[in-house]
Design a protein around this ligand. Structure first.
Ligand SMILES: NC(=O)c1ccc[n+]([C@@H]2O[C@H](COP(=O)([O-])OP(=O)(O)OC[C@H]3O[C@@H](n4cnc5c(N)ncnc54)[C@H](OP(=O)(O)O)[C@@H]3O)[C@@H](O)[C@H]2O)c1
Length: 305
């Protein structure tokens, strides 16, 4: 089968022909219909995350996939050949950007029934992270005010939708190219961060979801209500500085969880929008990976084997 593999840190991944893996005990072989790339894949490739997510090179790129079960290994129950599934693999294992991927049976969730599989792949990390932030960590409630930075990005876009569905008033910051997307996703107020300081525009926020960090994080502390919560997604926020200001700041470490994926899948079947920037065949996956690395991509990048 063809698979996109990291061969060394700091080097563009390469498309290789490798044997189709055989599912071991508890594993499922999935025929991949779509693999979605994430900024984490780029960070793993550069080696900047090797202390957190060490990979054994060469290693197949990618964590997010959807497809159909090809066959199951010993002691797998609940899944059969032909089942449509979605999964996020362990980042140290990867394996998604390939024609077939091995996934622990416990990491699988049934795919949405109303969303094509290649689109569904985009849910695994980005929507999973947004759900963990908005629903599980912040427990956003009706009437609260939630500021989401990067509301046209992958995590931010899902966070806008989940916060809106939770009944919050949603304010988001975007660059001009993202304004229309963020409004479509349900943000009540869209602020262009390239021209406008968001601080005078927002006050008394209950929650800030911050997939950016740095100056954005520091400025965000000023718009939280007392004891309000900032959830840092890109970098660990400065909890001490937050405490000095009477607010809270936590880093969110997204953990793969099939139960959470099932909830996100239900949201997708209930109309969650998945913003796709680019879909490419496996033959163009390395180029798409480079494109993602520029940081200029709007919407998810999907590889369709
Ligand atoms: N902690 C975890 O477990 C975890 C999980 C998932 C993701 N992440 C990290 O979270 C970050 C976001 O991931 P993603 O998949 O959502 O990436 P993405 O789709 O590239 O989105 C990033 C967004 O941030 C926006 N942005 C950049 N600078 C901004 C600023 N100063 N103010 C407001 N928005 C700004 C970008 O908008 P423009 O391009 O329009 O500027 C873009 O829409 C990445 O660093 C990723 O590695 C962490």
């Amino acid at each position: 089968m063809k698979a996109l593999r990291y061969t060394a840190y700091g080097v563009r991944p390469v498309l290789h022909d490798i044997p189709v893996p055989e599912p071991g005990p508890g594993e499922v072989l999935v025929r991949v219909a779509g693999a979605a790339l994430n900024p984490l894949d780029v960070k793993i490739g550069t080696g900047s995350m090797r202390d957190f997510f060490p990979v054994t090179l060469p290693s197949v790129v990618g964590t997010d996939l959807a497809g159909t079960v090809e066959r199951t290994g010993p002691r797998v129950t609940g899944w059969s050949a032909g089942d449509a599934v979605i999964a996020r693999t362990d980042p140290t294992v990867g394996g998604a950007v390939a024609e077939y991927a091995l996934v622990p049976a416990t990491a699988l969730a049934a795919a949405p029934v109303t969303v094509p599989l290649d689109r569904a792949a985009c849910l695994a990390t980005a929507a999973g992270t947004a759900w963990q932030a908005v629903v599980e960590t912040a427990e956003v409630k009706p009437g609260q005010t939630v500021l989401v930075h990067g509301g046209a990005g992958a995590v931010g876009g899902f966070a806008v939708q989940f916060a809106r569905r939770a009944g919050a008033r949603v304010v988001t910051t975007v660059s001009p190219a993202g304004a229309e997307i963020a409004a479509r996703l349900g943000a009540h107020q869209v602020i262009d961060y390239t021209t406008t300081d968001f601080r005078p525009e927002v006050s008394g926020a209950d929650v800030v979801i911050d997939p950016v960090g740095g100056d954005t994080e520091a400025a965000s502390l000023a718009v939280l209500r007392p004891s309000g919560l900032l959830i840092g997604v890109n970098v660990p926020p400065d909890a001490e500085r937050a405490a000095e200001r009477g607010v809270r700041a936590e880093f969110l470490f997204h953990r793969s969880d099939a139960g959470r994926l099932a909830k996100v899948v239900a949201e997708a079947d209930a109309g969650l929008e998945i913003v796709i920037g680019r879909t490419v065949p496996l033959a163009e996956a390395a180029e798409a990976f480079d494109h993602l690395a520029t940081g200029q991509v709007k919407g998810k990048v999907v590889v369709r084997p």
